[in-house]
Design a protein around this ligand. Structure first.
Ligand SMILES: *Cc1c(COP(=O)(O)O)cnc(C)c1O
Length: 353
């Protein structure tokens, strides 16, 4: 059997949830959109059931999958609905839709609700992607609050750069938000993603929304010891050979040996979600010791340096996880941990409690 495994440590997921909830205070949504950032939404939500105050997904289809698998906690649709007809399912499944633009608001007000609905009303406090402008927010809030079907409104916004503590953008967004809601009736609010939750105590309000840190990746790329990686992508060396100095390795001959080098071939490639653009030098761990990939990543294989007596056919290679953080690989490949985690696939998913 091909040795590539994607290990998902559900005990780390639960510990991270509790840690983040404690840091944030109040309630915390476990963000399980995009198949729980590649970890498997149903398994992760089931592991957190009874513990998580609620879940958040990107669309109705993702919410349906959770409901069909026995998740009855609140589920927030982070982007709301994509057409008015979806409100019928939102109603039936008791989902909590975000309302972030005018047509979503009007369609919600026009829907013939069978049950009352909790709405997350989104403000664009500066990111300029979705949400009502601060000067339009009160009108949207008032329209919702006058509907007899609306049981509650959570005021929310999303930060554009909470993982960048230098720029002051998060403070500006918080100010814009607080000013725009100052004259509205009190009620629950939600500002924090993972980065804000960890770094901005003033942003911790009634509901946090944790994704990346829940999966154990530090938004500040610093291996925060309070959270533990949930995913470990591991495979094995299945061939090795010794190359003379000045020999090329792999497609495009992008890497040449400088000295006599033992090369291990690992069963993992870009079809498994390992980034093809990861250059020679990107870290891996061979039997727990740091090494590096050399040559180009192919579809099903990649090549690593094995030196001294270390590493042989059968050696375990951690692509990311504990010895090599997913952030390190993402940095080498010019992307972010989010993308790598979401792309992990084709290997055998092995869940441990
Ligand atoms: C995805 C998402 C989150 C989670 O963000 P992380 O950085 O992964 O914690 C929070 N809020 C909204 C609106 C999102 O879309």
């Amino acid at each position: 059997m091909r040795p590539l495994q994607i290990e998902i440590r559900l005990n780390h997921l639960r510990e991270n949830y509790q840690t983040l909830k404690q840091i944030h205070g109040g309630k915390l949504l476990a963000v399980v959109k995009a198949d729980a950032y590649g970890h498997g939404a149903v398994r992760c939500a089931q592991a957190l059931a009874g513990m998580a105050d609620g879940f958040a997904v990107a669309c109705l289809e993702e919410a349906v999958q959770l409901r069909e698998n026995g998740i009855d906690a609140p589920i927030v649709l982070l982007e709301g609905v994509f057409d008015a007809a979806e409100y019928a399912e939102v109603d039936r499944l008791r989902l909590w839709p975000v309302v972030g633009c005018q047509w979503q608001l009007e369609a919600l007000l026009n829907h013939d609700w069978q049950q009352s609905v909790y709405v997350w009303l989104k403000m664009d406090s500066g990111m300029h992607r979705a949400g009502f402008f601060p000067h339009h927010y009160a009108a949207a809030y008032t329209a919702l609050s006058q509907s007899r079907h609306v049981a509650g409104i959570v005021k929310m916004t999303h930060f554009a750069a909470a993982d960048d503590e230098e720029r002051g953008m998060t403070e500006m967004q918080m100010e814009a938000f607080d000013l725009a809601v100052a004259d509205l009736p009190a009620g629950e609010t939600s500002l924090c993603n993972s980065a804000a939750l960890l770094a901005y105590p003033q942003a911790r309000r009634d509901w946090g929304r944790a994704g990346l840190a829940l999966y154990g990746a530090d938004p500040f790329l610093e291996n925060d010891p309070r959270i533990r990686p949930v995913m470990r992508m591991v495979s094995r060396v299945f061939c090795d050979r010794v190359l003379q100095p000045h020999e090329p390795v792999g497609y495009g001959a992008t890497f040449y040996t400088k000295r006599s080098t033992r090369v291990g071939v690992v069963a993992c490639g870009y079809a498994d979600g390992y980034p093809r653009c990861a250059p020679s030098g990107t870290p891996v761990a061979v039997d727990g010791e740091k090494s590096r990939i050399i040559g180009r990543v192919s579809m099903d294989m990649l090549t690593v340096e094995l030196n001294g007596s270390h590493g042989h056919v059968g050696s375990e290679v951690e692509l990311w996880g504990d010895a090599v953080s997913v952030n390190e690989v993402a940095a080498a490949a010019g992307t972010v941990a989010y993308e790598l985690l979401c792309h992990a696939k084709r290997g055998r998913f092995v869940y441990s409690e």
